[in-house]
Design a protein around this ligand. Structure first.
Ligand code: GLU
Length: 261
């Protein structure tokens, strides 16, 4: 059972809290490590798609705001500034490791309107054929509640299904799925394997995310449902050390593995 070693096409999602320091500023060392591992996986012949959050977080720091914007307009403007900042950092690190990146910004319509979906899929396939690394985020500057996917956990699962990925990996600030909130219950146990997402598993979904991101366990389980329903295994890992991706590659048991249907 060495899914990542044999997987050809992998979607990796990284959350805002993994990409930023407690100060809210970008964690450059971590982003560089992530770029290095993804570049290395690409050098092995894998096709990696990176779904990244952090546009709003990067915009907050660039605009020197005290906290995440409250109104839609401010959030969209902040994302417009931050998305640039984020891409310029990725561009620099990936270029340093000899790789070219392409930005794809999506909204829910991309997945719901057949012609939009087909176009997006073609763009992904073409970028990968050109040996580029697609970097994806929600198009936060134009998407509003009615047309937004809303969180990047779900977005990454939609992307994985659309491009028929062999695996989806969520890098988060938690070690995996626990049977209760590990921040509140010291006896909370990590669940290494989830064969099916049943009522019991769903009951483990606690609250919302941190100040710097949006998704909590709820959105991670939602992503797992979408991915595994599409026949794609999903892994939920702690992204504080992106080297954990090598552990997964070596077949070590890290995080939580959600088996595909
Ligand atoms: N798209 C948002 C951003 O880049 C984040 C959404 C999420 O963290 O789920 O800031």
């Amino acid at each position: 059972m060495n899914i990542i070693k044999t997987a050809r096409r992998i979607v990796i999602k990284v959350g805002s809290s993994t990409l930023t320091h407690d100060t809210g500023l970008l964690n450059l060392r971590r982003i560089e490590q992530l770029a290095r591992v993804i570049s290395d996986f690409t050098n092995m012949g894998k096709e990696v798609i990176l779904v990244t959050s952090g546009a709003v977080a990067a915009g907050v720091s660039r605009l020197r705001l005290d906290h995440r914007p409250a109104t839609i307009e401010e959030k969209q403007a902040t994302a417009a500034v931050g998305q640039n900042e984020l891409m310029s950092v990725y561009e620099r690190f990936f270029t340093g490791y000899g790789h070219t990146v392409g930005q794809i910004l999506l909204t829910r319509e991309t997945f719901e309107v057949p012609v939009a979906r087909e176009n997006a899929r073609n763009t992904f396939n073409t970028l990968l054929r050109m040996r580029c690394i697609p970097i994806v985020n929600e198009n936060d500057s134009v998407s509003f509640e009615e047309i937004a996917v809303g969180d990047n956990d779900t977005l990454s699962a939609y992307v994985a299904a659309m491009v028929e990925a062999d695996a989806l990996i969520l890098l988060s600030d938690i070690d995996g799925l626990y049977d209760s909130d590990p921040h509140r219950n010291p006896d909370a146990k990590l669940i290494p394997v989830v064969p099916v997402i049943d009522e019991k598993i769903l009951s483990y979904a606690g609250g919302a995310g941190s100040e710097r991101g949006t998704g909590g366990v709820v959105t991670k389980l939602h992503a797992a449902q979408i991915a595994t329903d599409a026949g794609i295994p999903m892994f939920l890992l702690n992204g504080s050390d992106p080297g954990i991706l090598y552990d997964l590659f070596e077949g070590l048991h890290v995080g939580t593995y959600f088996m595909s249907k």
